[in-house]
Design a protein around this ligand. Structure first.
Ligand code: ATP
Ligand code: MG
Length: 327
């Protein structure tokens, strides 16, 4: 079976952007692939985190993964810091990656701009991600559009590594990015990506928002003065973004949604979209609540860590032997 790896940071509660762009796809993939999903808490500390909140968000993300339908009989679910091979592999990759390559990454530039002080980890972030992927010999990596550049870096690294040492030592992964919804934009600014770590909570709908919060956020999402529901990314980017969310949550095509609302303003469209998001998230939130407080969660993560470690350690030792970290 081919392998799939992906991760989400416990840097906030996942948004509908994370769900549409990445997490929703994880569920189907676990049926046809060996799927490995991680709560990448070591990535999260590349920006400051409150220890108590980080711990809490780690549990919340684990429960949410299960609530959306990750089945640990099919997929491995684990917390990154439980598997030391990730940090070990990242160090090796850092020693084989150019500073210039990392400085060019747009995520680094975006996130560095928002920080008062930038730490070395934020720059090194992509090397930890390269490690996450190659440790599991992943063939496919389901991610949002913003991770395309990091996947390209991963592919270049694998080419460089394999040609230097041994042609089939590491597997070269392909990104799986949804054609529509790979980049859901902020509800307050259609030029910036929706992000769970955004300090403006009106910019996103989180997977755990209440019906009231969801409705309020969607109804107050920015639009434009054109006043007609059209799919025009250039001239009506905010409405186009809401249409992508609508299409993803309803399974309808964007064309049919546009024709359903033709000749109407934004009021009905936004109201229906809010109802759709509320009714989709409701059953997920119910499952989440019961999972969060169950002791099963710890057992599931411990078991996931064991299964992930076995794979990761074998790859790491293969790499260490190859590069001479042995005697
Ligand atoms: P942070 O702001 O802390 O980076 P984030 O919202 O970007 O949080 P990540 O944990 O970095 O979330 O990413 C998890 C997954 O969600 C990745 O596959 C990423 O590409 C995807 N993703 C993130 N934001 C969006 C978005 N706005 N639209 C679609 N996919 C997204
Ligand atoms: Mg991100």
């Amino acid at each position: 079976k081919e392998k799939v790896f992906s991760g989400v940071q416990p840097s906030g509660i996942p948004t509908i952007g994370n769900y549409i762009g990445a997490m929703k796809g994880f569920i189907d993939l676990q049926d046809s692939y060996d799927a490995i999903y991680s709560i990448v808490n070591q990535h999260a500390i590349t920006v400051p985190q409150d220890p108590k909140i980080l711990k809490q968000m780690t549990r919340q993300l684990a429960a949410l993964y299960l609530a959306i339908g990750i089945d640990t009989k099919k997929a491995i679910l684990f917390v990154q810091s439980d598997v030391p091979a990730h940090a070990q592999m990242a160090w090796i990759i850092q020693c084989m990656t150019g500073l210039g390559e990392l400085e060019r990454m747009t995520q680094f530039k975006d996130k560095a701009r928002k920080q008062e002080a930038v730490n070395a980890g934020l720059l090194a972030y992509p090397t930890l991600m390269v490690g996450d992927i190659v440790l599991y010999d992943a063939n496919f990596v389901p991610v949002g559009d913003d991770q395309k550049q990091h996947l390209e870096l991963t592919r270049n690294f694998v080419d460089r590594f394999n040609s230097r040492y041994n042609d089939d030592l590491l597997v070269k992964p392909e990104p799986l990015i949804p054609e529509e919804g790979g980049r859901i934009m902020s509800l307050q600014d259609p030029t910036s990506k929706m992000s769970k770590s955004d300090t403006n909570t009106k910019s996103f709908v989180s997977m755990l928002d209440t019906p009231k919060q969801i409705t309020k956020k969607i109804k107050s999402a920015v639009t434009d003065s054109i006043g007609e529901v059209n799919y025009d990314k250039e001239n009506q980017p905010a409405v186009a973004n809401l249409l992508q969310i609508y299409a993803s949550f309803s399974g309808k095509s964007i064309d049919s949604i546009v024709s359903d609302y033709s000749g109407q303003g934004y009021g009905n469209f936004k109201g229906d979209l809010a109802d759709l998001v509320v009714s989709t998230l409701e059953p997920i939130q119910e499952r989440y609540e019961s999972l969060l407080t169950s002791s099963d969660l710890d057992d599931i993560l411990q078991d996931g860590a064991k299964r992930a470690s076995a794979i990761a350690e074998s790859t790491l030792s293969r790499v260490e032997k190859t590069i001479g970290l042995t005697y």
